[in-house]
Structures are given as C-alpha cells and as structure tokens.
Ligand binder design. Structure first.
Ligand code: NDP
Length: 334
C-alpha cells in the first residue's frame, strides 16, 4: 500500500501553480492549468491531477510547450470556430474557445470548435462540463501518441483517444461521461504499475504481443487494447478522424515522429461540439429528460449509477485530499 499525505485544495493549487511557474509558465497559463489539476484531485480523477504535473513540467522545460501561450480563436462560419492553441496547454485553448463556441451554439443551435497546436494530457470532463453549464450538450475528443493496437493488430497505432459527453440538467449537476477508448487510460495503467496492482485481462499486451495483467509490462514496451474489441477500435478510429482528419492536425501515429520524447504531452488536435436542446428539442425537453434519468436510475438490479455522479459526490467533500507521497517527493525535486 503506497503512502499518502493529506493536502487541502488550496495547498494542491499552490503547489501546482508554483511548480508550473518555476518551469516557465506565465501567470495566465499557470493559473488555468493549476485549476484543472486541483479540480481533478477534488473530484478524485487521480490519474489526471498532480500525477500529470511532472510531464507538464518536462514539456515546459524542454520548451516544447509554450508556457506563455495565448490561443487564437477564428470564427470561420456562424457555427464553426477554428482555434490555434499557439503551442500551449489544452486548458488555455479551452479558456479562449469555450465562450466563443457557446455563443455560436446558442445562436445557431449547434457549433463545433476545431483546435490545433495544443498539448492535451488532462481529463476531458472539464471542457464538456463547462459547455453544459450554459445549458448545452457537449462532446469532446482528442487523440494522443500511438499506445493502443487496433482490433486485429498487436502494435500501437491509435492514441488512448478519450471521448467525453455532457448533458445539462436544470437543478442538478450535468450527466458527464468521460472515457478512454482504450480498455484503460494510460494514466490509470501507470498508477496501477506505481501501486503494484494488477490490471484486468483484456487491458493490454506485453512487448511480445502476449496478453498480460502486469501494468508495467503494458506501460514499458507493451501496448494497450481498445475496450470492447472491434467496437472500441471503431470508436477510436472515429476520434482519430475528428481530431486529426477534421482539424488538420496529426494522427496519433504521425504525432510520435514529431515529438521530442521529453515525457511531456504531445502536440495535437481536439474536437469540441456544442448543441442547444433549447433550440433543437421540442418543448419541455428538461422534464422529458429528467423523467428518463429517473426511470433509468430506478431500474431493478444492482443499482444504476449515472456517469459523473462519483466525481460530483467527491466534489462536495471539504476534507483534505490524499496525495501519493512518492509523487510529492518527485514534484518537490523538479
Ligand atoms: P473510467 O473508466 O474510470 O470512467 C469512464 C466513465 O464511466 C466516467 O464518466 C465514469 O463516471 C463512468 N463510470 C465508471 N463506472 C461507472 C459505473 N459503474 N456506472 C456508470 N458509470 C460509470 O474512465 P477512463 O479510465 O476510461 O478514463 C479516465 C480519464 O482519462 C478520462 O477523464 C479521460 O478523459 C482521460 N484520458 C485523457 C487522455 C488524454 O490524452 N488527454 C487520454 C485518455 C484518457 P464517473 O466519473 O462518475 O466515475
């Protein structure tokens, strides 16, 4: 069992902010990323909180990531926004893109943002939740570096390619689904390896292409598998097409060739979609959907839990968060 240290949310934020600032991020970028990291710890998204800080620092120190980036938003048509991330961190691009995306969707009913030249290594729920806060449904996806073998292959080709979806509710937190199309997110495999835990069968293959439940064998030289065989593989391919084919950015297998292998996130693209039920749906969409969720939650069986509920419950806790001590030592040494 790994050792942990209790930290308040303010302490986590300050640690992230100071570490990012020392690594070369300006106040604007350090503030935005530190908020994303502390919110991940607040919600119990451990694989995308402080755990990712050393990788961000590596990218900032090698100057691959522009720590002083200001994303450039271009309204190409009434429902399409192009965002140049200016080689900055994805949350900085979202900070600029989401207000413009929301404004367009509230006007036209549906809008997309195609982001290019940004570094994404965070969870995706922050961007779709931000869209849902305006009463819109949101979809987001991004690709990565080759780490997942398509169904039928034993070599990495797709990224872990997450997809997130949020649906707004009137008096409750939104429904938020946020998942890697890999059987397990790479961050979770790395956390399992660090904590000496096994991963479920079907998560990945070792460096000889053999199935393994050892997360270290997958993370070092092995390969992840898509969830659900060819079905997850198809969704992962869709993510590649939306985030690279559509935005003009690189596919995951092309991304590796231009990365400097500093351990930081790779530069790439992201696809965001916002839809307004207020404009698209017929009357009373909120109570229609509320009663759908009620019927779904009330189904017989072991109990249905709505996606997003776990994080939103964690969010309400005012207790200190437990942070892995080894990770803290690593961060202090950066
Ligand atoms: P999980 O498998 O942990 O969860 C996927 C979704 O399923 C979540 O929305 C979760 O809701 C929901 N869920 C989990 N268990 C249940 C259940 N029993 N009933 C109903 N819903 C459930 O996520 P992943 O491991 O696939 O991904 C983890 C994170 O990694 C994501 O945030 C993703 O964005 C991120 N990621 C980022 C990448 C990047 O390049 N930036 C690459 C790959 C992944 P809840 O949150 O409430 O638990």
């Amino acid at each position: 069992m790994s050792q942990t240290q209790a930290m308040s949310l303010d302490e986590i934020y300050q640690l992230a902010f100071d570490t990012l600032s020392r690594a070369g991020a300006d106040e604007h970028n350090a503030k935005i990323l530190a908020s994303v990291l502390v919110n991940a710890e607040r919600d119990g998204s451990h694989s995308h909180g402080l755990f990712r800080l050393p990788a961000y620092v590596a990218g900032l120190k090698s100057k691959k990531i522009n720590g002083c980036a200001r994303a450039e938003v271009t309204q190409v048509t009434s429902s399409f926004i192009r965002v140049d991330g200016n080689r900055g961190l994805a949350p900085t691009a979202h900070d600029a893109a989401i207000p413009a995306l929301v404004k367009a969707a509230q006007k036209t009913g549906v809008a997309i943002a195609a982001i290019h030249r940004c570094f994404h290594m965070a969870a995706l729920w922050p961007e779709v939740e931000a869209i849902a806060e305006y009463g819109l449904a949101g979809i987001a996806c991004t690709n990565y570096m080759p780490s997942v073998a398509p169904a039928g292959a034993n070599q990495a080709f797709f990224g872990t390619n997450p997809i997130a979806f949020a649906w707004p509710r009137s008096s409750k937190t939104p429904i938020v689904y946020d998942m890697a199309t890999a059987a397990m997110a790479l961050g979770d495999v790395q956390v399992a390896a660090r904590d000496g835990k096994k991963v479920p069968p079907g998560t990945g293959l070792d460096n000889e292409g053999q199935p393994t439940t050892d997360p270290s064998a997958i993370a070092k030289g092995g390969v992840l598998l898509p969830f659900g065989g060819y079905k997850g593989s198809g969704m992962s391919m869709m993510v590649e097409l939306l985030t690279a084919g559509l935005t003009g950015e690189t596919f995951s297998d092309e991304t590796k060739a231009r990365d400097n292998a500093d351990g930081g996130p790779p530069i790439g693209g992201q696809f965001l979609l916002a839809m307004s039920p207020e404009i698209i749906a017929i009357d009373d969409w909120q109570s229609h959907c509320d009663s759908f969720f009620e019927r779904m939650s009330g189904l017989p069986g072991q109990g249905v839990r709505l996606p997003g509920e776990r994080r939103h419950k964690n969010r309400r806790s005012t207790a200190k968060r437990q942070i892995n001590s080894e990770l803290l030592e690593k961060i202090h040494a950066l």
